[in-house]
Design a protein around this ligand. Structure first.
Ligand code: C2E
Ligand code: CA
Ligand code: CA
Length: 354
C-alpha cells in the first residue's frame, strides 16, 4: 500500500533516528508541481528500537505500527517512538471497541437523551437535540466525545447512528415539537444508501421528514464526497432539514459558510462563552446572526449558560437557545412530562381566552 519500512543498523542513539526521520519528512513534504499547481504529501513515521521493544521481526513491525498510529494522531511532530503505554492505550481502545460492539447488540447500555431548544421569543420549547449516552457496566458513563470517535474508527458508527435515529424518531414522533435534531457524522453521510435508509426509517416510525433535522459539521459539509452531496440533496428534497453544527470552529470564512445550503446554523459554544468578554466578541456573534438572517437561515446558540448570554442573544434576535441555563439533556420520560405540562398550560390559556 502506501507504507514503507526502513531498517537502521548499529545506531548510537535516538538522535540518529530522529535526524533520519527529519530528513525523510523534509524530503517528502517538499512541495512539487502538478498540472501547473503545487502539491505536497504528508508523511508519518512510527519507530520501534530493538532490543528494548523486542527482538522478533513481526513484534518490532507491530510496535512500529502502533507508534505510527500515534504519530498520525498527535499533531506536531510527524514521528513517534514506540513506548509501553502506547500499546496499553491501544489495548484499552480495542477492549472498548469490543465492548461497544456488544453494547450495540444488546442495546441496553445505550440510551438517547434529549436537550430542549427554546425559541428566544417567549422562551417556549420548540425542539430537541438527540444525544447518545453509553453506560458502560464497568467504567460507568462514557462521553460521546470519546466513543463517537472510537465508533468512527472501528466501523461501528453506521449501526450506532441507525440506533440513535430509530430511537429518536420513535420517542419523539408524537411530541408536539417543530424539530428533532440528530447528529450525523461524515462516515454515515458517505454511505451510498444513507438517504434511502433514513426515508425508510421515517416511514416505519411514522415520523414526518419535515420535523427531522440533521446536525452536521462544517468539515463534513465541505469535505464530503459525491455520495454525501447526493444524500443531502435527496434528504432535503424529502423535507429533512440540515443544520450546521459547531458553527465558526472550522477554517472557513463567514461569507463562505453563508453560501452553504443549510436551514440552520448553531453558533458554537466557544462564541457564546465569549459573550460579555469584549465588545469584539459580542460584535462577532451579532454579525453571525445578521448574516444568517440575511440569507434566510435560522440561528440557534448552543451552550447558553448564563443569564447575561441569554439576554444578549435575545436582544440581537438569535432565534433559538440551547444550553444548561435553560435545560440539560433529559430522558425521554422527563421530556414527556414537560411536553404534557406545556400542553396543559396552553389548553388553560385557550380556555381563559375563550
Ligand atoms: P454537540 O453536537 O456539540 O452537542 C452538544 C454537546 O454540548 C452535548 O454534549 C451537550 O450535552 C453539551 N451541552 C449542552 N448544553 C451545554 C452547556 O450549556 N454547556 C456546556 N459546556 N455543554 C453543553 P454530549 O452529549 O456529551 O455530546 C458531545 C458530542 O458528541 C456532541 O457535540 C456530538 O458532536 C457528539 N454526539 C452526541 N451524540 C451523537 C450521535 O448520536 N451521533 C453522532 N454522530 N455524534 C453524537
Ligand atoms: Ca449537535
Ligand atoms: Ca455543537
Amino acid at each position: 500500500g502506501d507504507e514503507f519500512a526502513v531498517i537502521m543498523c548499529d545506531i548510537r542513539g535516538r538522535h540518529e533516528v530522529e535526524a533520519l526521520c527529519r530528513e525523510i519528512v523534509a524530503a517528502a513534504t517538499t512541495p512539487f508541481d502538478v498540472l501547473g499547481g503545487q502539491a505536497m504529501v504528508g508523511i508519518s513515521i512510527g519507530i520501534a528500537i530493538a532490543p528494548a521493544a523486542g527482538l522478533d521481526r513481526s513484534e518490532l513491525a507491530r510496535k512500529a505500527d502502533i507508534a505510527l498510529y500515534q504519530a498520525k494522531r498527535g499533531g506536531g511532530l510527524n514521528f513517534a517512538f514506540f513506548s509501553d503505554d502506547m500499546s496499553q492505550a491501544v489495548r484499552q481502545r480495542r477492549e472498548l471497541e469490543t465492548d461497544l460492539g456488544r453494547a450495540l447488540k444488546s442495546g441496553t447500555e445505550l440510551d438517547v437523551v434529549f436537550q430542549p431548544r427554546y425559541a428566544a421569543e417567549g422562551l417556549v420549547l420548540s425542539g430537541v437535540e438527540a444525544l447518545l449516552r453509553w453506560h458502560h457496566p464497568r467504567i460507568g458513563a462514557i462521553s460521546p466525545y470519546t466513543f463517537i470517535g472510537l465508533a468512527e474508527d472501528c466501523g461501528l458508527i453506521n449501526p450506532l447512528g441507525d440506533l440513535v435515529l430509530r430511537r429518536a424518531c420513535t420517542a419523539t414522533r408524537a411530541w408536539d415539537l417543530e424539530a428533532v435534531s440528530v447528529n450525523v457524522s461524515a462516515i454515515q453521510l458517505r454511505q451510498g444508501d444513507f438517504a434511502e435508509r433514513v426515508l425508510t426509517l421515517l416511514d416505519e416510525t411514522g415520523m414526518q421528514p419535515g420535523r427531522l433535522e440533521f446536525e452536521i459539521t462544517e468539515s463534513t459539509l465541505i469535505g464530503g464526497s459525491d455520495a454525501s452531496a447526493r444524500n443531502l440533496a435527496t434528504l432535503r428534497a424529502a423535507g429533512v432539514k440540515i443544520s450546521l453544527d459547531d458553527f465558526g470552529t472550522g477554517h472557513s470564512s463567514l461569507s463562505y459558510l453563508m453560501r452553504l445550503e443549510v436551514d440552520r446554523i448553531k453558533i458554537d459554544r466557544s462564541f457564546v462563552r465569549a459573550i460579555g468578554e469584549s465588545a469584539q466578541s459580542n460584535s462577532i456573534v451579532q454579525a453571525i446572526v445578521t448574516m444568517a438572517h440575511a440569507v434566510g437561515v435560522t440561528v440557534t446558540a448552543e451552550g447558553v449558560e448564563t443569564q447575561e448570554q441569554q439576554d444578549f442573544l435575545v436582544a440581537i434576535g438569535c432565534d433559538h437557545l440551547q444550553g444548561y441555563l435553560l435545560s440539560p439533556p433529559l430522558s425521554a420520560l422527563r421530556m414527556i412530562e414537560i411536553i404534557a405540562d406545556k400542553d396543559a398550560r396552553r389548553a388553560k390559556s385557550d380556555i381563559e381566552a375563550a
